[in-house]
Design a protein around this ligand. Sequence first.
Ligand code: DQA
Length: 145
Amino acid sequence: MKFLVLHGPNLNLLGKREPGIYGTQTLENINSSLVELSSVLGCELSFFQSNSEGELIDNIQAAARECDGILINPAAYTHTSIAISDALSAVGIPCVEVHLSNIHRRETFRHSSMVAPVAVGQICGFGKDSYLLGLRALFNHVKNI
Ligand code: DQA
């Protein structure tokens, strides 16, 4: 099994970016914890981060040919991007949405997700663990399809 881990805009700044909200883990820390978990589970991961909506969509489309599922933190595009939501439904491979922060206890504009209706599920509020829980959930989901 192979999964694409997609990180949206500004997540390259993790570690320095609003640590009170997003914690002190860097994106590299998160990715290496995911790699450790993937070897326990027995799956392969590829990673991509972009600040650009089009690049994220290109990678979602490419994943359909190469991957069994997508673990995605769409960051601010969560709340705005019909194009990312459309790309995820177009490719039709399972996706799990994750967020470091609990988007539902923050500003009202963060309460809605364009991605949630096309995702298998959403995990938020657990910092790095949101990604680790998300990978386990995606792996189990795909295994049981
Ligand atoms: C985020 C939450 C989003 O609302 C925000 O725009 C982000 C990060 C999170 O992981 O908590 O950039 O997706």
